[in-house]
Design a protein around this ligand. Structure first.
Ligand code: ADP
Ligand code: MG
Length: 239
């Protein structure tokens, strides 16, 4: 369970996140939706401990994590995976080199890395691309590499920031179904952040709507999307 208690974050004069309370159940696929500038990426950087909140607390289970520093912070961050709209892969490395990278950093031996990368290639179904350079891959294949890299160290939670926003509808569906399948098989929690309604609809049971840095609506996806109460949610649903 990831719990945010009264989290706020400002940049100069912008209140990017304002007094957010949120509980994300362990093992769920939780959607956070909002239009551009709503504060989604900021919220995700706070949850994944890439940035510290100005106020509030972040808990993973019964451990408070926003106060972690140094080695403890690194150890906690190793238990998270992240994927992004622009993939954030290393252009100088091929597919295998990208997927193995976090394992190298974590100090695994060559043989272990090799075996684990083979498993991961199979999990994301790109074994035939193992030697490919990134520029030879489609967007969907690149996101599969990014997913494999994110899962290399067996994270407890996978954070997805607009992970399908650069992909065409068909590729989006195939990446979402891969995420759902891996979630079922491996049991990690997924936090999925997007401005795309259809992504949440296809993937999440629970959703929160973010607007102007605040959570304006949250609950079961069906309920929020069938009877949106706030203007922000209505704009997303009826767009
Ligand atoms: P979203 O991901 O929903 O599009 P962001 O979290 O990126 O929204 O941004 C929320 C608000 O915070 C925006 O007004 C944005 O300009 C501002 N913001 C985000 N990151 C920074 C930063 N590093 N420095 C200054 N302003 C920022
Ligand atoms: Mg964003």
């Amino acid at each position: 369970m990831i719990t945010l208690k009264g989290i706020s974050k400002s940049y100069a004069v912008v209140n990017a996140i304002a007094d957010v309370d949120l509980s994300i159940p362990q093992g769920s696929i939780y959607g956070i939706i909002g239009r551009s500038g709503a504060g989604k990426s900021t919220l995700l950087r706070l949850m994944s401990l890439l940035e510290s909140p100005d106020r509030g607390e972040i808990w993973y289970g019964d451990e408070r994590v926003d106060t972690l520093r140094g080695r403890e912070l690194l150890a906690r961050r190793r238990r998270m995976g992240m994927i992004f709209q622009n993939f954030n892969l290393l252009g100088s490395r091929n597919v295998v080199g990208n997927i193995g990278y976090p394992l190298e950093i974590a100090g695994f031996r060559k043989k272990q890395i090799h075996e684990r990368v083979d498993e991961l290639l199979e999990l994301v179904q790109i074994t035939d691309k193992r030697k490919s350079r990134l520029r030879e891959l489609s967007g969907g294949q690149k996101q599969r590499v990014a997913i494999a890299r994110a899962l290399a160290v067996n994270p407890e939670v996978l954070f997805c920031d607009e992970a399908t926003s650069a992909l065409d509808p068909q590729t989006t569906r195939s990446i979402l179904s891969l995420i759902r399948e891996l979630h079922e098989k491996l049991g990690f929690t997924v936090v999925l952040i997007t401005h795309q309604m259809e992504v949440i609809r296809a993937t999440c049971k629970e959703v929160a709507v973010l607007d102007g840095g605040r959570i304006v609506e949250q609950g079961p996806m069906d309920a929020v999307f069938s009877t949106p109460r706030t203007k922000a949610a209505q704009e997303l649903v009826y767009a």
